[in-house]
Design a protein around this ligand. Structure first.
Ligand code: PMV
Length: 327
């Protein structure tokens, strides 16, 4: 039996613009999905535990074509089991063991579909644990590549490498198209997360930005300006200048808001964080609903968010410099 864990992530800068070839900087956070895998004779049995902050357990047995054996929402089964099935296929392929069967348990406190990389963390954890259970050691880069293939398949070709690369490698990373690398020398970042309890519809939000960008030159310019923020942000990150990072996060949120991907609850949490003295705050991920990320070395932002209407949960989740690991 092998357990692996992998971190979730926030976008420090660059979501949405990354779809059009601009760079983005996601950062791994200290919130992990833990995946335990045990080989069995055949097929797949999956236990998903705590995939939302509300916490519940479902059990699934079957294979890629099977049906869940308990009554849970289709979307949850799709979200969890769809990714897990494909991740298992990648592990079987890596180990040249096409018929390997597994019992898999997933525990995660990363909210689903909320812009902090829940599916990528589960996929990365499954690939690492299942290959290790089969006696194969694959490095974090190979895990990242295989995890990207999983997301690409499950999301019908609409996946960037950001989440999977960041979860596998850990730390602050830079993603520009297929070019992914770690930004060295960044050891700590004091992230605080506010979660509104909802999830954004990534496909619809990406389509909305695409539409605006094709309709208005100033929307296309806005997307390019996000790219400029990312480049400035990388410099501030390497210089360790937290106050400039915060200022650029605020700017990035403003441009995302202009592109129509923020919402009342996300804006409310961003302003509550700023009022509490955060160095900066922005939505993270696709937007719509989900999470904001703020930068604050004190407890003030977390406390303020926990009293903010529309914020279901506030927590500290500092930069995690470690990616996927065997526990
Ligand atoms: O919400 P997330 O973490 O899946 O991030 C979506 C990020 C986008 O840039 C909006 C889309 C993408 O594939 O990069």
């Amino acid at each position: 039996m092998v357990t692996a864990s992998a971190p979730g992530k926030v976008y420090l800068f660059g979501e949405h613009a990354v779809v059009y070839g601009e760079p983005a900087v996601p950062c791994a956070i200290e919130r992990r999905a833990r995946v335990t895998v045990e080989e069995r004779d055949e097929g797949l049995r999956v236990h998903l535990d705590d995939l939302t902050l509300d916490g519940f357990t479902i059990e699934y047995s079957g294979d890629a074509t099977g049906r869940p054996d308990v009554n849970v929402s289709e979307s949850l089964v799709e979200a969890g089991v769809g990714y897990i099935n494909e991740a298992v296929e990648q592990a079987r392929d890596a180990a040249d063991a096409p018929d390997a069967g597994f019992e898999i348990s997933v525990e995660s406190s990363i909210p689903l579909g909320a812009g902090i990389g829940s599916s990528a963390a589960v996929v990365v954890g499954v690939i690492k644990a299942a290959t290790a259970e089969l006696g194969i050691e694959i490095d974090a880069r190979e895990v990242a590549e295989r995890a990207y293939r999983v997301e690409h398949t499950v999301q019908d070709g609409e996946a960037s490498r950001a989440d999977t690369f960041c979860s596998a490698m850990g730390g602050a990373v830079r993603v520009e198209g297929d070019d992914c690398r770690r930004i060295e020398g960044v050891d700590t970042l004091p992230f605080v997360i506010g979660y509104d309890g909802g999830a954004g519809d990534t496909g619809a939000l990406v389509a909305g930005v695409r539409q605006l960008r094709s309709e208005y030159d100033f929307a296309a310019d806005t997307v390019e300006a996000v790219g400029d923020i990312v480049r400035e942000g990388e410099r501030a990150l390497q210089a360790g200048d937290l106050s400039e990072l915060g200022e650029l996060m605020d700017f990035n949120h403003g441009l995302l808001s202009a592109l129509g991907v923020s919402s009342r609850s996300l804006d409310g949490m961003v302003w509550a964080a700023r009022d509490a003295g955060a160095l900066g705050a922005k939505l993270t991920g696709a937007g719509g609903n989900g999470c904001v990320v703020a930068l604050d070395e004190t407890d003030a932002t977390e406390t303020a968010l926990s009293y903010t209407p529309g914020c279901e949960n506030a927590f500290r989740a500092a930069l995690d410099t470690e990616g996927v690991r065997i526990e």
